[in-house]
Design a protein around this ligand. Sequence first.
Ligand SMILES: [Zn+2]
Length: 188
Amino acid sequence: MMLDPCITSICYLRASNKLTPNKSCFMLTIHQEGSAKKTTMDTKKPLWTCPKCKKKFVTRNLWHSCGRFTVAQFFAGKSLRVRKLYREFVKFVRQCGPIIIDPAKTRISFQARVRFAGVAKAGKDSITAGFWLKRRIHSPRFTKVEFIPPNNHVYQFLITDTKDLDEETLSWIKEAYEVGTQEHLRKV
Ligand SMILES: [Zn+2]
């Protein structure tokens, strides 16, 4: 039996209120939400900009790596085909609304108010894309699903062709974008 990948996240969230580096690009936000508990998060408040790296966050002084990376660095040595898939994916995601692109060493995140989707990996002929929802959905296309309590689900799927950017994908990304704009907190 494979170890559920969410186990580390559960332990991590329960073990500490302090943030430490974590693989998932959504962990910072999920953690913030978790620690906000039942107090209503102000979803209209302007984002805080880190004075060092200029990255934007919903709360001040949130732990993050302050690394400065570029999309070009992320795709260094990768094929033109893979870069084109990335560009198409960005265009596709922008159908939902404005996004901030936040490249890190091992991933690229797309952010509305918070990070809601991104690219987890650039392969030889494909990119591994990810997105965050507040509910569990099912598709044979998912290559990885991470559950982070109480109701966070992080999905990964492969984009090997622009055909993979279809209606189904758009429905996922649209819903994830609402998580990114913190729409779900507003409705509560
Ligand atoms: Zn910073």
